[in-house]
Each structure stands twice: as C-alpha cells, then as structure tokens.
Design a protein around this ligand. Structure first.
Ligand code: FNR
Length: 386
C-alpha cells in the first residue's frame, strides 16, 4: 500500500496486519486477558463529545506545547515500545527519526531492540529514556548511568509491570524472544516472506540494552517467561526516590492511574506523570486512561506535567485529552502500526495524519490552538459522570 493512501490510523493498522505475521501483529495489537481495558481505552474517547463553538476566528491554530520545559511542535510524543525490530528492521530508530522530523520527541524503551547508545548517536536532539526497573540496583544504576551518559533529556520510569500481564494471544501464538521459525509459527511466517527475509538477513531482535547484563537476555524463550525472569516486583516509592536521585535530570512516572499516586509521584520528585494503563496490556479491568485523567489533572496539574496514553487513534482524541487537562499525549500502537505498514516513512505518516486531524478538529470546534482548550470544550455531563 502506498502510505499516502492511508487516510487514517485504522488504514495503517490494516496495512500492518497484512504485512506482519500474525504472531507479531498480535504482539503489537493485543491486550491482557479479555482485553476489556485495551478496548475501553478507545471506547472512552468515543463516548466523549465536543461542545463546538462557532464564529470564532480560527485562522491560526498552533499546536505547540511545552513539556518538561521544552517546546514541542506537536502535542504527541512517541511512547516507549520494546522489541520493535520484530516489526521492522528500522525498529526504535524510526521513532526517533520521525519525532525529530515533526519537532517532537520519542521515548526509547529500555526493552528496545536497538541499544540506547545507538539511538542517541542516530538522533540530533536528545530523546527520552524509559526505564523498566528490572533486576537489582546494580543493573538499574548501570542503565541509568548509560542513559545519562548518552545524553537523554528525561527518564520515564514505568511502574505498572511488577509482573507481566497475561497477553494470551502471545501464549497461543508461541511468540518467543527472539522470534523463531518453529513448527508452531512456521506457516504464519512463511506466508509473510518479506518479513521472514528480514529476520534471516538481520541480527535477531532481542533486548539490546540487556545483552551481557542479564543471563536471561540471551537464548530463546516465550516472551512472558523471557521478561518475567528480569522483573523485580519488590520495588516501592523508596526505590523510585533513589532512581530520581541517581538520574539527576527530570523523571516522569509512567503508569499512574489515581490522584493519590500522582500526588506521591510529585512528592518523590517526579516532574511529570503519564496517566496510563499500558495500553491495556497489564492489569485488565482497570479504567480507561482518559476516564481517570480529570482526577489526576485536578490533583497535580500546574505542579507537574500530566501526560496521557492509551487509545489515541485520532487527532480528535488528542484534543479531548488536552481539553481534560493533559499537557501532551503519548502514542504506542499507532506509531507501531505505521512502522509495520512502511518503516520510518510509515511512522512519519502517523504523525502527519494526527497533526492534520488535530488541526481540523480545532477549527471545527472553534478553538484557535491547543492553548485555548479547556474543559468547556467537552460536553459537561460526560465529564461530571467520569
Ligand atoms: C508497549 N508499552 C510499553 N511501555 C513501556 O513503558 N515500555 C515498553 O517497553 C513498552 N513496550 C510496548 C510494546 C508494545 C508493542 C506496545 C503496544 C506497548 C506501552 C506503551 O508505552 C503505551 O503505554 C501504550 O501502548 C499506550 O496505548 P496505545 O497508544 O497503544 O493505545
């Protein structure tokens, strides 16, 4: 498919689905258990309606926002997603390239398949580093030091993975790290020869940042088992305090779903939170991220930046989130659909689509720029019911 013919994110998702083996597409698209939360992230945006105003001069509609003191041209950040070379050989490098092209930033997963140093070298502006506090303090300290030395501008600590969520499709599909052509996956993979050729001609995707650090980062095993061996479910706020101190720069806490935890994050020295349920890939039956945004924005808005991810598939979703108190949004699956549909150019197409949709939405609801958004842009009885 020619990327310019993809009209919206759903088109790119469909293109990625055609190009990727099912086990890889399901890894990206799937959620935990019954996928209640994954689906509700999107459904909750659909429930929210605008209060459009008319006869407002909307000839200018700037989209700039300031996050952690840095100006972004677009209120969309490319969220951390690991193992992206499973989707396309450009992998995580594609996110950094596309972000730079659109004047925004990417968050590089510690579970990336390109090392954090390689990403930093390929970029001309500092990206953000996402830390999974896996392993013991020595391992964590080592990763934090590497991120600092490589010049990352901020560290996002993801705290909603004390154990791995039950992504049942991955179990059923027999997905392993690195992915393997086995009797179980063979037919699926053979039907996607372009993907197979890439797997055979490039180094196999694995957790690049952990190679040599942990024995589990070598060898092949089921995705959940592979990751589970590295997790540490014993972490508390005291550990976070230590991580904030070790990094020295701005820290963002990702995976916050309540006002109490948002308050605690600010008290622990975090400069921002990401309101997130991990795209419904961890706990199932937790609320949609957008539904808990107002309570968190009420609690810490003005003191810290409030970011949100989960379920954003349209520029209008970004506008809704900003109206309800988000400083900016992160996207996960959308950029990965773009990567699967067409590598780096596909990721750029995702940002182009969202930018155009945000622009059009602002005009159609009578808001001259993202700076003019507030809760009055959203039908109030819906907000009160949240
Ligand atoms: C993720 N996510 C994630 N989060 C994180 O902090 N570190 C990571 O390595 C990953 N890896 C990852 C892989 C894949 C394939 C997906 C889809 C997601 C979660 C991600 O950052 C984000 O929270 C959600 O994807 C947001 O929901 P949407 O935009 O996908 O609906």
């Amino acid at each position: 498919m020619r990327l310019s013919r993809a009209v919206n994110i759903a088109d790119l998702r469909a293109a990625a689905r055609r190009r990727l083996p099912r086990m890889v597409f399901d890894f990206v698209d799937g959620g935990a258990e019954d996928e209640i939360t994954r689906d509700d992230n999107e459904a909750a945006f659909r429930r929210l309606k605008f209060r459009p105003r008319v006869l407002v001069d909307v000839s200018e509609r700037p989209q700039e926002v300031t996050v952690l003191g840095r100006r972004l041209s677009l209120p969309v950040i490319l969220g951390p997603t690991g193992l992206m070379r499973m989707v396309d050989h450009a992998g995580e490098l594609a996110a950094a390239r596309a972000a730079e092209k659109f004047g925004t930033v990417s968050v590089q997963s510690s579970g990336a398949s390109v090392s954090l140093e390689d990403v930093a070298r390929s970029a001309t502006t500092p990206q953000w580093f996402q830390l999974y506090p896996w392993g013991d303090r020595r391992t964590i300290e080592h990763l934090i030091g590497r991120a600092r030395d490589a010049g990352y501008a901020a560290m996002v600590v993801t705290v909603d993975v004390p154990v791995v969520g039950a992504r049942e499709k991955d179990l059923r599909n027999g997905l392993t790290v690195p992915p393997e052509v086995s009797p179980r996956t063979g037919w699926d993979v053979l039907r996607h020869p372009r993907w197979l050729a890439s797997l055979l001609t490039h180094p196999k995707p694995t957790y690049a940042n952990f190679v040599g650090l942990m024995p589990d980062a070598r060898g092949t095993s089921g995705l959940a088992a592979h990751t589970m061996g590295m997790l540490n479910p014993g972490h508390t706020w005291r550990d976070l305090e230590w991580m904030v101190e070790r990094f020295g720069g701005p820290v963002v806490l990702k995976g916050v779903m309540t006002a109490e935890d948002a308050r605690r994050a600010v008290e622990t020295g975090c400069r921002a939170v990401v309101v997130s349920n991990h795209g419904g890939r961890q706990a199932d039956s937790v609320p949609a991220a957008i539904d808990v945004l107002p309570e968190i924005a009420d609690e810490i808005g003005g003191e810290a930046d409030v970011l949100l991810d989960g379920g954003i598939r349209r520029g209008s979703d970004v506008v809704k989130a900003l109206a309800l108190g988000a400083t900016a949004c992160l996207i996960g699956r959308p950029w990965v659909y773009g990567l699967g549909a067409g590598g780096t150019a596909g990721v750029e197409r995702v940002l182009e689509i969202l930018q155009t949709e945000i622009d059009r939405t602002l005009a159609l609801i009578g808001r001259p720029g993202v700076g003019s958004l507030d809760r009055t842009a959203i039908q109030q009885d819906v907000v009160r019911a949240l």
